[in-house]
Design a protein around this ligand. Structure first.
Ligand SMILES: C[S@@+](CC[C@H](N)C(=O)[O-])C[C@H]1O[C@@H](n2cnc3c(N)ncnc32)[C@H](O)[C@@H]1O
Length: 362
C-alpha cells in the first residue's frame, strides 16, 4: 500500500508518520495536485463565517457559499466513487440582528444542486459544553437560547458510499439491556398501531445499538498531551494551541463508519490535525492540509506519543524551518527511538451518540 505522501508532488509535506502526512499550503492547490479517485473520505471543519473574526480569518457570510463551493467542486474529482465528504459547518447570527444566517443550508443546497453530491444523511453535533453566545441576544436581552448544535452534512460522491454502522454501535440503553437479559419477561412480539411490525428478532443482542444522527460530544477536553504541551511551550515558541479544534470523537465516528483500515482519510482544513491523529490511531492512512505552517508545525505534537518538553519544542522549531520531516526518524534520533503508541481501531472507546428511548436495536 503506497504511503499517502506519494499522492502529492514533492515539496508539500511538512511531516509524516508511518501512515500519513501533513502538508502545508492552500487546499485548493493541494487538491488539484492529487490523483483522480485517490481518497476514501474527506472529513473536515472549515473556517465558519463568524461575525467576530478569528485569528485565521473568516470569509464574509455572503461570499462563504461560493468560497466553500470551490473546495467541494475540487474534492469531487479526488474522491473515489464510494467516497464521502463529511462537512461540519456551524450556524451563525446575521450581523447585529437576532436572526440566523442560512449559510450552512445554502452550502448544502449548492453542493447537492450544483455540484451533484448526494446528501447521504444530515447529522447534528450537540456540544453540551458550548458557552452562550452572542452575549447581546442570549445573556443580556435573554431573547435567544444557547446555540449548541452544529450541522454536519454527510455527502456521498456516488450512488453507494461505503458505510457500515456496525462499526459505530453505541451501548444499549438500560431498558434494552434488561430486555436482552430476559426477553420473555419484557416483550411479547406484536404489531404496533404505527404498523411498524417488530418481531421477536428485536430481542437479539447485536453487540450495541444503532446510533442516531444526533451526536453528543463535549468539546471541553483540556488535558490532552497536545494542549498541555502547547501551553507549556507557549513562552518558548510564541504560539498558542489551535483556537477552533473539534473533539476527536467527531471525526472518529465518521472515520469508523465510512472507512476500513488502510483507506485514505483527508482533512482539507486540518488545523491542529485532530483528524490525522484519529485516523492514524484507527489504522487508516491519512493526509492533512493546512495553510498556516505554524498550526501545522504544532500539530505534530499530536503524533509523537508523549516525548519530553525539550524534544517537543525542538521538533516544532525544526518544522518551522524544514519540510519533509519523518517523525519516526526524528524520535529515533532524539527520544531514544520510542515509537508513539499506536492503538488498534477496535480499542478506541466509542463515545455514544445521544442515547435514550429512541435508540432501537439493529
Ligand atoms: C476550524 S479550523 C479546523 C480545526 C480542526 N478541525 C482541528 O480540530 O484542529 C479551520 C482551519 O482551516 C485552515 N484554512 C483556512 N483556509 C484554508 C485553505 N484555503 N487551505 C488550507 N487550510 C485552510 C485555517 O487556517 C484553520 O486552521
Amino acid at each position: 500500500m503506497p504511503h499517502p505522501s506519494e499522492l502529492l508532488p514533492p515539496g508539500h509535506v511538512l511531516y509524516s508518520n508511518a501512515t500519513g502526512a501533513q502538508a502545508v499550503g492552500d487546499s485548493l492547490d493541494l487538491l488539484a495536485a492529487l490523483p483522480d479517485r485517490s481518497i476514501d473520505l474527506i472529513v473536515t471543519s472549515p473556517p465558519f463565517p463568524l461575525l467576530r473574526k478569528k485569528s485565521y480569518g473568516n470569509e464574509e457570510q455572503e461570499a462563504y457559499v461560493a468560497w466553500l463551493g470551490q473546495f467541494g467542486a475540487a474534492a469531487r474529482r479526488v474522491l473515489k466513487e464510494t467516497g464521502s465528504f463529511v462537512l461540519d459547518v456551524g450556524g451563525a447570527y446575521r450581523k447585529r440582528e437576532p436572526f440566523r444566517s442560512l449559510h450552512q443550508f445554502r452550502v448544502l443546497i449548492d453542493w447537492c444542486d450544483r455540484l451533484e453530491y448526494r446528501l447521504a444523511e444530515e447529522f447534528y453535533w450537540h456540544n453540551p459544553s458550548k458557552l452562550p453566545s452572542p452575549i447581546e441576544w442570549v445573556n443580556k436581552r435573554k431573547i435567544r437560547v444557547k446555540d449548541s448544535v452544529n450541522t454536519v452534512w454527510w455527502f456521498a460522491n456516488g450512488e453507494a458510499p461505503k458505510a457500515d454502522v456496525r462499526r459505530v454501535l453505541v451501548p444499549y440503553s438500560a431498558a434494552m439491556k434488561r430486555l436482552l437479559a430476559d426477553p420473555k419477561k419484557y416483550y411479547t412480539p406484536k404489531d404496533r398501531p404505527s404498523e411498524h411490525s417488530i418481531s421477536a428478532k428485536f430481542a437479539k443482542d447485536n453487540g450495541g445499538a444503532i446510533p442516531s444522527n444526533l451526536l453528543s460530544y463535549p468539546n471541553s477536553r483540556s488535558n490532552s498531551y497536545y494542549l498541555n504541551t502547547c501551553k507549556a511551550l507557549e513562552e518558548r515558541l510564541g504560539s498558542p494551541s489551535h483556537p477552533a479544534r473539534f473533539p476527536a470523537d467527531l471525526p472518529r465516528f465518521f472515520i469508523e463508519m465510512l472507512t476500513e483500515p488502510g483507506d485514505v482519510v483527508l482533512d482539507i482544513f486540518s488545523g491542529s490535525n485532530t483528524t490525522g491523529e484519529v485516523a492514524s490511531n484507527a489504522g487508516r492512512r491519512w493526509l492533512s492540509f493546512e495553510k498556516h505552517r505554524d498550526y501545522a508545525a504544532m500539530s505534530a505534537l499530536r503524533l509523537v506519543g508523549d516525548v519530553d518538553l525539550d524534544t517537543a519544542g525542538d521538533l516544532v522549531e525544526m518544522l518551522r524551518k524544514e519540510m519533509g520531516v519523518d517523525l519516526g526518524a526524528y524520535l529515533e534520533a532524539h527520544a531514544g527511538g520510542e515509537a508513539p503508541p499506536q492503538r488498534e481501531a477496535g480499542e478506541l472507546p466509542l463515545v455514544g451518540a445521544a442515547g435514550g428511548p429512541q435508540q432501537v436495536a439493529n
